[in-house]
Design a protein around this ligand. Structure first.
Ligand code: MG
Length: 346
């Protein structure tokens, strides 16, 4: 390639404003990997948020990115579909690393055409949904405080899946009667426990329950859906488009995350496939900066629900991008994914 190409990636530790606890465990920080792809004087930004649930780490992401460098150096980025296919074939898995490259390629492509990604996709930026604000598992008093601080958000997502679920939800209900969603993160271990929890939640103004039981208990989840009223959304059960057909009978919708899917292109395939099964679409996230959150937000006019608050949970976001006004996602009128460094280094 004649054009000058620069490929840069580095690990950055994202610090959570508060200890983040879900049914699987707690953390105070996440090590994400940031990618910059530069060619023709245009820089595309990408981000990988590796998650141990999917056997990923920053080190694993870096290893994969090193393998991807020759593919990126020797191919035309305007043909990002083909570049993505070459990157995907380098190795199985590695979806967060693949997502970082795909995000950066599409950011670069749209910037090269001076249009926002939503415009390239033919989407109306006014049609973004309201994003949930997530409340991690905590003591009742701290839950109440978190809920009070989230007063601007019309819908909250409450993390559950431990023995204190009822205590947590009761604490929420002591402070607000706004609708809530419940994410059990696979925490309910058998279908009887899940059934009892769901029947109680039906009385608590709950919109839906996300991933009530472990992903490998699909038939139990299908049974649960038959015996309860609340919609059930898949998260840990669904990574990529090929997972969707077997989930259609067990879930009412799916939580799509760029980091599970391997990028924007696969997320789009998932959206259309799930819609063909009349499933609801949620766009979710890991703990991510405004790079990956802004990228996902570009697709959000296609979603029924958005859970794109990862950047709001950290206190050292190095980028600005999508913003939130009383829960409503506001897409920047900038080319590409709309994310820019807060303090440009070059
Ligand atoms: Mg979830």
């Amino acid at each position: 390639m004649a054009e000058k190409t620069r490929i840069h990636f580095e690990v950055q530790r994202l610090h959570l404003k508060q200890t983040w606890t879900i049914a699987r465990g707690s953390s105070d920080h996440r090590d994400n990997v940031f990618v910059k792809l530069e060619r023709n004087g245009i820089t595309g930004y990408g981000e990988a948020a590796p998650n141990p649930r999917y056997e990923e780490s920053a080190e694993i992401v870096l290893e994969f990115l090193k393998k991807a460098v020759p593919v990126l150096e020797n191919n035309n980025w305007f043909h990002f579909v083909h570049v993505n296919a070459l990157i995907s074939s380098l190795d199985s898995g590695n979806y967060s690393a693949k997502a970082a490259i795909d995000i950066a390629l599409l950011d670069w492509f749209c910037k090269s055409h001076a249009i926002p990604l939503y415009q390239y996709l033919g989407l109306d930026p006014q049609k973004t949904p309201i994003t949930f604000y997530s409340i991690g598992i905590d003591s009742p008093n701290r839950i109440k405080e978190k809920v009070r601080r989230a007063r601007d958000f019309p819908i909250l997502k409450i993390k559950a899946g431990l023995d204190n679920d009822e205590e947590v939800i009761t604490a929420v209900r002591n402070v607000t009667d706004k609708p809530i969603c419940i994410d059990a993160n696979e925490g309910w271990r058998d279908k009887q426990e899940a059934l009892e929890k769901m029947q109680w939640l039906e009385t608590q103004n709950v919109e839906f329950v996300e991933q009530p039981m472990p992903a490998n208990q699909l038939s139990d989840i299908a049974w649960l859906r038959e015996h309860t009223e609340l919609p059930i959304i898949a998260d840990e059960n669904v990574m990529r488009a090929r997972d969707i057909p077997t989930l259609a009978g067990a879930f009412d919708g799916i939580n799509i995350k760029l980091m599970k899917a391997g990028g924007i292109q696969e997320a789009l395939r998932m959206i259309w496939l799930a819609k063909s099964f009349c499933m609801k679409i949620m766009l979710g996230c890991m703990i991510e900066s405004s790079v990956a959150i802004s990228a996902a937000a570009q697709l959000s006019p296609l979603a029924d629900y958005a859970d794109l608050d990862g950047n709001l949970l950290i206190d050292n976001d190095g980028y600005s991008g999508v913003t939130v006004d009383h829960g409503k996602l506001i897409l920047p009128e900038k080319p590409g994914i709309g994310a820019t460094p807060v303090t440009p280094k070059d």
